[in-house]
Write a protein that binds this ligand. Structure first.
Ligand SMILES: [Zn+2]
Length: 215
């Protein structure tokens, strides 16, 4: 009885100290699983895991996703398909241009602190329409919407680079969004401690491959 009370006390103390949810799996394991699923997708060897009625019933009781993905709304880049995953494993945020405003940051923060996610992938893609609009509109004066405003720093950072302006802006945007997330009030402490990884990737519409960007 005393032991039980002691155990309960320790558990309660831990719950108070560790407000952040225990990891579902480590960041390294999560990234490995993501890339393995993408390799199946690229090779046309999809397994369609976790898509049965039994899985649906299982995750109805609670979710424990192992990764979060911030992707573009583009109809050709659905994370569950390009990572060959099913129900309850990917926490996804999708918005045109895969930008991270405060609502997006809060959503991703929720997946980390409440659901146990330890890897967040920012997934841009080649020939992104939102980025094309931002690149083509960069000389225009006047009001731009919130989405194009979010993309302006990437356009500015990539201006003058050799190569294709859209491809360059797509890459710069992913890098900047990764940096913004990693230095955000919500996530920076866990990134700095090494517990949380935020990685950038570029999806190729033709091949289905994902190129991980270096820091
Ligand atoms: Zn896009």
């Amino acid at each position: 009885m005393l032991l039980a009370i002691a155990a309960l006390s320790i558990a309660t103390t831990r719950a108070v100290i560790a407000a952040v949810h225990e990891p579902t799996i480590s960041a390294e394991q999560a990234l490995k699983l993501l890339l393995e699923g993408n390799q199946r997708f690229v090779a046309g060897k999809l397994e369609h895991p976790n898509q049965t009625p039994a899985r649906r019933a299982e995750v109805a009781k609670g979710q424990h996703p192992f990764a979060s993905v911030l992707a573009c709304s583009d109809s050709r880049t659905p994370p569950e398909i390009i990572f060959d995953r099913g129900l309850g494993v990917l926490f996804t945020v999708r918005v045109a241009g895969n930008v991270a405003d405060q609502v997006v940051i809060e959503s991703l923060d929720y997946s980390v602190t409440h659901l146990g996610v330890r890897v967040v992938m920012v997934l841009g893609h080649r020939r992104c329409g939102a980025v094309i609009a931002a690149v083509e509109g960069h000389e225009e004066e006047g009001d731009v919407g919130p989405m194009l405003s979010e993309l302006k720093p990437a356009v500015a950072a990539s201006r003058g680079m050799p190569g294709d302006p859209v491809e360059n802006a797509v890459r710069e945007n992913v890098k900047l969004v990764v940096k913004n997330l990693a230095t955000s009030t919500e996530l920076s402490a866990m990134v700095n401690s090494g517990e949380l990884k935020i990685v950038g990737g570029i999806y190729d519409l033709e091949t289905g491959t994902i190129e991980l960007l270096k820091d």
